[in-house]
Ligand binder design. Structure first.
Ligand SMILES: NC(=O)c1ccc[n+]([C@@H]2O[C@H](COP(=O)([O-])OP(=O)(O)OC[C@H]3O[C@@H](n4cnc5c(N)ncnc54)[C@H](O)[C@@H]3O)[C@@H](O)[C@H]2O)c1
Length: 280
């Protein structure tokens, strides 16, 4: 018996086998769930269809449970509607929906937040925050009466994390959108939550400089280590399952406890040690 036996849903945001969405989807399918997947549309000039190919490769061996793979650009309402129509044809109603999507122009991530461009801000907000609202609206009529929507967020939306810059502002908007979606969809029995993950090496993660964050988290977090893709898979699946019934409008931190720290903790001890050595 699996946690997701008889459950069906949509996974938005797999780019490759390092994507957080893939870790969550794998756990759901291991537990018996059936999923529909999307990939970022390939540019017409890309003969190799890289985006499609990378996601299709992840799905190899999962043919029984991975029911379809279709393109999705969340900047297009028409495209979002097509994906929902496909899900309706395949599943009727769905029990879970994962939104694991973010994008900002690298130039905007690399400059000081105060210099964020207007176009860059609008683009990042559209893809990384508004898309949750658009997807919830398009999905609401096919969500079952006991279902769950999950989005992926980061601590940089709650506190200033230098380097995360415009994406931090997007995550703050995403977190607020998640709470309002939870309110609007609550009477339908649809829960909406956010999983706030610590740094993980992924495509989007490298743009957000996770490599710099990993040693900091390992040094400061109460658990004294970073989280893993497998943990993200299990906790994401938990929030998308009936096991988390009663939880909605919540940000769950999966970060080895980092967000609870009010001082650098053991990292400070290390700094003191280094200072003593250099003084002596
Ligand atoms: N990696 C981390 O450390 C970390 C930590 C906390 C939160 N997150 C969040 O997790 C989510 C998934 O990121 P990831 O780290 O797995 O990286 P990823 O690059 O694997 O996933 C990002 C996804 O967004 C999709 N996307 C971008 N623009 C799109 C568009 N216009 N339409 C449709 N899809 C689009 C990409 O195709 C990709 O599948 C993001 O919201 C990210 O901010 C990541």
């Amino acid at each position: 018996m699996g946690l997701f036996d008889g459950k069906k849903g949509l996974i938005l945001g797999v780019a490759n086998d390092r994507s957080i969405a893939w870790a969550i989807a794998e756990e759901i399918m291991k537990q018996g769930g059936e999923c529909g997947f999307t990939h970022l549309p390939d540019k017409p000039e890309d003969d190799k269809k890289k985006n499609h190919r990378r996601v299709a490769k992840c799905l190899e061996g999962w043919e029984k449970q991975a029911k379809f793979l279709v393109p999705l650009n969340v900047q297009s309402d028409e495209n979002i509607a097509e994906v929902m129509q496909r899900a309706k044809e395949e599943f009727g109603k769905i029990d879970f929906l994962l939104h694991s999507i973010a994008y900002a122009d690298l130039r905007d991530l690399q400059r000081d937040t105060v210099e964020t461009s207007r176009e860059g801000f609008q683009l990042a907000m559209d893809i990384s925050a508004y898309s949750l609202i658009a997807v919830c609206n398009a999905a609401k009529d096919i969500m079952s009466e006991r279902s769950s929507i999950l989005t992926m967020t980061y601590f940089g939306g709650e506190k200033c994390v230098p380097g995360y810059n415009v994406m931090g502002i997007c995550k703050a908007a995403l977190d607020a959108s998640m709470r309002y979606m939870a309110y609007d969809l609550g009477p339908r029995g649809v829960r909406v939550n956010a999983l706030s993950a610590g740094p993980l090496k992924t495509l989007a993660g490298s743009a957000a400089k996770v490599n710099e964050m990993l040693p900091l988290y390992a040094a400061m977090a109460p658990l004294g280590r970073n989280i893993t893709h497998e943990e993200a898979g299990r906790v994401g699946a938990f929030l998308l399952s009936d096991m988390s019934d009663g939880i909605t409008a919540e940000i769950l931190h999966l970060d080895a406890g980092y967000n609870a720290m009010g001082s650098p903790g053991r990292l400070l001890d290390r700094i003191k040690e280094a200072q003593t050595k250099s003084d002596g």
